[in-house]
Design a protein around this ligand. Sequence first.
Ligand code: PGA
Length: 254
Amino acid sequence: MRKTIVAGNWKMNGTSESIRALLDGITAGVPVVDGLVTLVCPPAVYLSQVKEQLGNAPVVVGAQNVSAQPKGAFTGEWSLEMLQDLGCEYVILGHSERRSLFKETDADVADKVDATLTAGLTPILCVGETLAQREAGETLAVVATQIDAVVQRIGIERFASVVIAYEPVWAIGTGLTATPEQAQEVHAAIRAQLTGSGMKVADKLSILYGGSMNAGNAAELLAQQDIDGGLIGGASLKADEFLTICAAAAESRK
Ligand code: PGA
């Protein structure tokens, strides 16, 4: 059975104090269930603090981005070696905010996925269509192109170590959520695409949904056959709401 992953993407939010309180709230109620991974992705400057506070708590830590370069004169960047050093296990890559605001291309994202796998961390590769693309009937083609850029770079064999997050851009931070049927359709198409590209274990790949997932809609989304967790922004900043989503994820594994 594939892993279920509930990942909190805290984006550029919090202070050392608010993050301490949020993490206290999460660790107080996080469910421990076989095959369920609870992940928090704080701003990079708080990674050490979070890792230290967690101790042996059953929550893993990820970054929201990383450089594909190993080291050197790249002001404002951080490397995979640094993330390893801090005990990070996952890296969110190709988030739509990175693609649109920071002009990351499919090729940049593929470089980062490649470097992340080489370093032994797990990339969470984000893909998704804009509203205009959905309305033009291009959703599956857009997502397929974003995924194929990575497959071409790393090879289909290594894709077994990737986690995908399908995040329709129009649903991120907007309060609009894809319906369970809309999300399921894309998730199933992604799995079929990877099988078609020669992946033998596409049924083992975790494909998360992201885009205004919250305490109210998580259970319905997570009940879909091909939805294996969530990448959660706004709702991950409130411990009780995040824990409700974690509980729904635990329930979805029964
Ligand atoms: P949201 O963000 O849950 O606030 O829509 C999700 C994301 O950007 O990963």
